[in-house]
Design a protein around this ligand. Structure first.
Ligand SMILES: Nc1ncnc2c1ncn2[C@@H]1O[C@H](COP(=O)(O)OP(=O)(O)OP(=O)(O)O)[C@@H](O)[C@H]1O
Ligand SMILES: [Mg+2]
Length: 202
């Protein structure tokens, strides 16, 4: 980092932006195997938040790889850089006053921890979207597991790349035990009770 850089303190700050939007900005980080249901769940939660007049943004793994991270692959170091960038974007969005939902496999605990540490205290919530490898592989909504089994793609999380199960997530949602609608409701109830974010419609 250059020693010639100076942080400019702007007049309109994070607190005033959050106040203008009338909400507490935070990050809901959905982690889990491919096919566990992160995008489905985050999308359902965001829909409810939007219905309640909240200002949000959903950062989704595949989507950022089209642009912001289009130069990155799936090696360990590229996954770490992918999440570092996404974490910085989430941080900017929290600064802008938004409720950020992030749906990334994010298999390494250290990457998730770094993002938590880059955010103000109490603004990062880790939601483990849990489903067994067998369940994810039988869903295989993108056909990725089949491709990996055929040897067409490498570094598939759960097969030839590890997934580090969160040691102390803020919430666990098991998508084998719950329907998509029940899973969304579980997050909404937890948001209201534990985070103080009411997503019931205005
Ligand atoms: N309770 C549930 N919650 C979410 N998804 C579920 C649930 N039950 C079954 N599913 C199904 O599981 C699949 C999950 O796919 P989804 O794309 O949301 O996974 P993902 O975790 O975002 O995967 P990827 O990391 O590859 O993007 C979908 O086909 C969805 O219909
Ligand atoms: Mg997804």
């Amino acid at each position: 980092m250059s020693s010639n850089l100076t942080w400019h303190q702007h007049t309109v700050d994070a607190t005033s932006r959050a106040k203008a939007l009338g909400q507490k900005p935070l990050v809901l980080w959905f982690t889990g195997l491919s096919g566990a249901g992160k995008s489905t769940l985050a999308n359902g939660v965001e829909q409810a938040l939007a219905g309640a007049g909240k200002h949000s943004f959903l950062l989704d793994g595949d989507n950022v790889r089209h642009g912001l991270c289009s130069d990155l692959g799936f090696s360990d170091s590229d996954r770490t850089e992918n999440l570092r960038r996404v974490g910085e974007v989430a941080r900017l969005m929290v600064d802008a006053g938004l409720i950020v939902l992030a749906a990334f496999v994010s298999p390494f605990a250290s990457d998730r921890q770094l993002i938590r540490e880059r955010l103000p205290q109490g603004r990062f919530f880790e939601i483990y979207v849990e489903a067994s490898l067998e369940a994810c592989e039988s869903r295989d909504p993108k056909g990725l597991y089949a491709k990996a089994r055929r040897g067409e793609i490498k570094h598939m999380t759960g097969l030839d790349s590890p997934f580090e199960v969160p040691a102390s997530p803020d919430l666990v949602v098991n998508t084998q035990a719950l329907s998509p609608a029940e899973a969304v409701n579980k997050v909404l109830e937890w948001l209201e009770k534990e985070v103080g974010l009411d997503a019931s419609a205005d």
